[in-house]
Design a protein around this ligand. Structure first.
Ligand SMILES: [Zn+2]
Ligand SMILES: [Zn+2]
Length: 336
């Protein structure tokens, strides 16, 4: 029985490895697909949806709306380009020197070693090994095939802003495109008048509008999710670790109650040492305010480094509760 269980585990592990490798290799295809959608859809929006929507507006309104939409489109392309090209923070490319952050909070330097990296490399706190990239990433969040790399401390800001700007743009396109699609595109599609007026095929305009509805909903939810983690001072890995721990703890408590075994009746609370409150967490994540960069930089397409070096982090001292050690799968350290 044990032999079968082991071989099933091995097969599942091999499938998981193959999936990770496939995700790692297919990244360029995802990027090419994303760009191949973004560029023509942006063109179709400006040529047809924007032009039709503001055809009867005054020149001033058209100029303001045009400037706004152009600025929004530039921000989307800029943040996508940066999320793809800026390193998430590979541990093999940074010095693991002892360092301190520029904040006034206390720091510690608890550097472990990752034995999945070849050769084994130092693994600072919040770093995690990505199986698709086969490298360790500082403040690892997840591996995203749409940017063909991990989301880590180096590019998390660009990634989240890209999702926010993309989803808000999709909402705008959906709202502006509704009347254009039903009153212009559908009645005129396939006609000579359409060919004489526009370069964009009618189906591309309809695709743009439908994609805006779909992507706006999906990316919007994902963007809000990523932002909510940033506000709580957590990464996706840390959130999953906490959830898995609490789930196991609940199951253990239930099993103990059923079998009559003694078990603490006090619910476990988890302490997050990186949580300084929603405001400070957000400012730290975007590296703005309080001696950092100006908040208005969020609205500009300019490079923006992360707060800190990704090796050591500002941390609160434990105030009770359990503190999960995120570097390992199940280790827990009792808070003081
Ligand atoms: Zn590693
Ligand atoms: Zn990765």
């Amino acid at each position: 029985m044990e032999k079968y269980a082991r071989s099933i585990h091995k097969t599942l592990r091999r499938c998981e490895d193959m999936t990770d490798r496939w995700i790692g290799l297919s990244g360029p295809i995802f990027i090419a697909f994303a760009v191949a959608l973004l560029i023509p859809c942006t063109y179709a929006f400006f040529e047809v949806i924007f032009a039709e929507r503001f055809s009867s507006s005054s020149l001033g309104v058209r100029c303001i709306a045009g400037l706004y939409c152009t600025w929004h489109a530039v921000l989307i392309f800029f943040h996508y380009y940066k999320a793809v090209t800026v390193s998430p923070g590979w541990t093999d490319s940074v010095s693991t020197r002892t360092s301190t952050t520029t904040t006034t909070h206390t720091t510690t330097n608890d550097i472990k070693t990752c034995h999945k990296c070849i050769p084994p490399l130092p693994k600072p706190e919040r770093a995690h090994h990505c199986r698709a990239c086969n490298r360790c990433v500082l403040k690892y969040d997840h591996h995203c095939p749409w940017i063909n790399q991990c989301v880590g401390i180096g590019n998390e800001r660009y990634f989240v802003l890209f999702m926010i700007y993309l989803s808000t743009a999709c909402c705008i396109v959906s709202l502006m495109g509704y009347s254009v699609v039903f009153h212009v595109v559908l009645p005129l599609r396939g006609s000579e008048e359409w060919s004489a007026r526009y370069y964009s095929p009618a189906f591309l305009v309809m695709l743009t509008w439908m994609l805006a509805l779909f992507i706006g909903a999906v990316v919007g939810v994902m963007g809000v999710w990523q932002l909510s983690l940033a506000v709580k001072g957590l990464t996706s890995v840390e959130f999953e670790d906490r959830r898995a721990f609490l789930k196991a703890e609940r199951a253990e408590r239930k099993a103990a109650r059923r079998s009559g075994r003694p078990y603490s009746t006090i619910p476990t609370t988890l302490f997050n040492p990186y949580d300084f409150g929603w405001r400070e967490n957000t400012l730290l994540f975007f590296n703005i305010g309080q001696g950092r960069r100006h908040p208005l930089t969020l609205l500009l397409p300019i490079p923006h480094p992360p707060a800190g070096d990704g090796i050591s982090y500002a941390k609160k001292s434990p105030q009770g509760g359990l503190q999960l050690s995120f570097d390992s799968d199940s280790e827990c350290e009792e808070g003081v």
